[in-house]
Design a protein around this ligand. Structure first.
Ligand code: ZN
Length: 370
């Protein structure tokens, strides 16, 4: 582990290294063994933090803060990448650098936050609709289609409905695509299931479940059934095809009401909670996920809403269900999903809690009631 610690110690000294690099020529760095491409990237970064600028005060502040926080070269590059997108707005780039340098979190969390801030600060022009075909290379050609999210998602669901067995996703989609064309085309009209999220007060206690019903205790000493709370919240104003999910700020999902198929109830509730697979970095939408027991069923985990989440089939497979130390069985540890303060997080083998920073992930029910 000593080498790893040395490596991390150096990684955290990026600011001091950049200070030296600002004095060097990229060709000298290349002669010392760096790829010229890398030397140029570092030189550019050194120039940002130590070259001349129209915001010397913010530049100084950034350097001090980044050095204090021991940020890595990679992280500074990522932060600068976000800031460069604001070059046209005077002063905005340096303000964003300071903000992102100060932002707590992993590389990925800060990167996601940076994307979000840049989007807020420059209203990005949406991509043009169209279909593009690449030049052939070794007999293969790539075709890509850009259209509204609604249209492409409906089409993707149409392809998903065509059975292409257990192939990797991109192969399965392609096979379904050709089957679909041969079968005469058409796009499925998706059926929408709307779930409205109703947040319980933190002081409410989930007393018990009785059959299909949850009993909630209020802080004035009375109890209500979940159905009564939902009735009060929606007060008959909504149509009968809408589901209401009850969520508690720390316990998580409680129950779902107005469900027509009781067996599918918990699945819909789990989907409304996250919208995408909650494993950090995963983009698989909840529609294609499997229901996963946080405390494994075989170890006594209950099938109640707060013990359930949705995971894509891949992450459902790599999740560590707590039986790694078997004889001759060395499954690499990837961590496991848990509910932490009401929310679904990955606990890494090193004991860190990570959420998914996907933009859809932050629009799930538990974020809406915060
Ligand atoms: Zn996943």
């Amino acid at each position: 582990m000593e080498n790893y610690q040395q490596f991390m110690l150096h990684a955290r000294r990026a600011v001091s290294i950049l200070r030296d690099l600002a004095q060097l020529s990229v060709y000298d760095m290349a002669a010392d063994g760096l790829a010229l491409k890398t030397a140029k990237k570092y030189a550019k970064l050194a120039d940002v933090f130590f070259g001349s600028t129209d915001s010397p005060r913010l530049q100084r502040e950034s350097v001090v803060l980044a050095e204090e926080r021991g940020l890595s070269m990679e992280r500074l590059q990522m932060i600068d990448g976000h800031a460069q997108k604001l070059k046209k707005q005077r002063g905005a780039a340096w303000k964003l650098r300071v903000e992102l340098i100060a932002h707590e979190g992993t590389f990925e969390e800060v990167n996601a936050y940076g994307n979000q801030r840049v989007e807020e600060l420059v209203r990005q022009k949406p991509k043009e609709k169209g279909a593009r075909v690449s030049r052939p290379k070794n007999g293969m050609v790539t075709m890509s289609i850009t259209d509204t999210q609604r249209r492409i998602t409906d089409f993707e669901k149409t392809l998903d409905a065509i059975d292409t067995t257990e192939q990797p996703r991109s192969k399965a989609l392609l096979e379904a695509f050709w089957k679909h064309i041969d079968g005469g085309g058409g796009v499925l009209k998706p059926e929408y299931r709307t779930v409205i999220a109703i947040g319980l007060d933190q002081s409410a206690t989930i007393i018990r479940g009785e059959g299909d019903e949850s009993i909630i205790g209020a802080s004035d000493g009375t109890t209500m059934t979940g159905a009564e709370i939902v009735d009060l919240a929606v007060a008959g104003a909504l149509g009968d095809k809408i589901y209401a999910g009850l969520f508690h700020p720390t316990a998580g999902p409680v129950n779902l009401y107005e469900a027509r198929f009781a067996s599918a109830k918990q699945r819909i509730l789990a989907m409304a909670e996250n919208l995408v697979c909650p494993w950090p970095g995963c983009k698989v939408p909840a529609d294609r996920c499997q229901v996963h027991h946080l405390d494994a069923h075989k170890h006594g985990g209950q099938t109640n809403p707060s013990n359930l989440t949705t995971l894509c089939s891949y992450h459902n497979g790599v999740n560590d269900d707590g039986e790694v130390q078997g004889k001759n069985f060395t499954k690499p540890k990837r961590g496991r999903m848990i509910r932490h303060r009401g929310e679904i997080k990955l606990v890494t083998p090193g004991g860190r809690f990570l959420g998914n920073t996907h933009n859809l992930s932050s629009m799930g029910a538990m974020d809406l009631i915060k």
